[in-house]
Design a protein around this ligand. Structure first.
Ligand code: RIB
Ligand code: CA
Length: 306
């Protein structure tokens, strides 16, 4: 089967970085667009260029939104650090971003065969939908790392990517696009641990040493926030691998709404999983399970091949 054509819209970010490496190995990666989220868009763009250089992706990297549709950007530097890739020493940037702006690039690059993999706040995607009313229906679909059918992370009810720009998420989830949503309820079952970090490091190549340091920083950051230290969920690779290896994920169709007004729930994905739910109202396939061992195998294989 031919590798699926994908464009990644991301906010690297440790796990976004890994998703880019996986996309270059398993997909037909047509472009990378960047958005503010884990850190500033200047940093996410630089970090995407580093990832592109590390995996040999020579296609377009195009910068996008510096903040949400409403309000000011709020970064996740408590997880990813001031650089967005804290932990390893960052290598020299061997390429720069391309001219242009992300939403325009998405409109031009995402055709009927293209899956858009969204692993950051959905600002660029929402802007593309607003600018081109035919965009949502034209592309093959949008695979979103975001939301949750259960608890949040940045708040008790909201996951960071949705919370960082809930208005954008609402536009995307009401756009009519074919949507796949992989949220924390699944990504928190796909965990890297210290033995995995050590296995990667033992590959003992420059990319593997970098990836090992990246993973070590991620596990360390999550260990400080978690009742279950020693693990880190690799969120963003799940959104990509669901498209390249669909058999690794189980899902159900469901209606997903984005809470915009709740004092305690703004940014929450309200997923209707009731037995009696009207399935014809579903606007997304919502991931409910993952073959986490296989996901980790694919990540290890990807790093070992760099
Ligand atoms: O909540 C996890 C998501 O927020 C991931 O995409 C991570 O990179 C951050 O962007
Ligand atoms: Ca991300």
């Amino acid at each position: 089967m031919a590798a699926p054509a994908v464009v990644i819209d991301c906010d690297p970010g440790h796990d976004d970085f890994l998703a880019i490496l996986l996309a270059q190995r398993f997909a037909d990666l047509r472009g990378i667009t960047t958005v503010a989220g884990n850190t500033s868009v200047a940093n996410t763009t630089r970090n995407a260029c580093i990832a592109a250089g590390m995996c040999g992706f020579r296609g377009p990297v195009v910068a996008g939104a510096a903040g949400p549709l409403l309000g000011e950007p709020q970064f996740a530097e408590h997880v990813h650090g001031a650089s967005g890739l804290d932990g390893p020493e960052l290598p020299a940037v061997t390429r720069s971003a391309n001219e242009g702006e992300a939403s325009s690039f998405l409109i031009d690059a995402c055709g009927p065969e293209t899956w858009l993999i969204a692993t950051g706040p959905l600002t660029n995607v929402a802007l593309a939908i607003r600018r081109d009313p035919g965009f949502a229906a034209r592309l093959a679909g949008i695979s979103v790392m975001g939301g949750s059918t259960s608890y949040g992370n940045i708040t008790p009810t909201a996951e960071f990517n949705i919370w960082a720009d809930p208005e954008a998420a609402s536009i995307v989830f009401n756009s009519g696009a074919r949507l796949r949503m992989v949220g924390l309820n699944v990504t928190h079952t796909v965990l890297v641990d210290w033995p995995f970090v050590q296995r990667v490091r033992e590959l003992d190549t420059p990319p593997a040493r970098f990836a090992g340091d990246l993973l070590a920083a991620f596990v360390t950051a999550y260990s400080k926030m978690s009742r279950q230290p020693g693990f880190a969920p690799i969120h963003d690779p799940c959104a990509l691998l669901w498209i390249t290896h669909p058999g690794l994920f189980g899902s159900v169709p469901a209606r997903v709404d984005i809470e915009l007004a709740g004092a305690f729930t703004r940014g929450m994905t309200v997923v209707d999983l009731r037995e009696a739910a009207d399935i014809t109202a579903a606007n997304a396939d919502v991931a409910m399970s993952a073959d986490s061992a296989r996901v980790l195998d694919l990540l290890y294989e990807t790093v070992s091949a760099l």
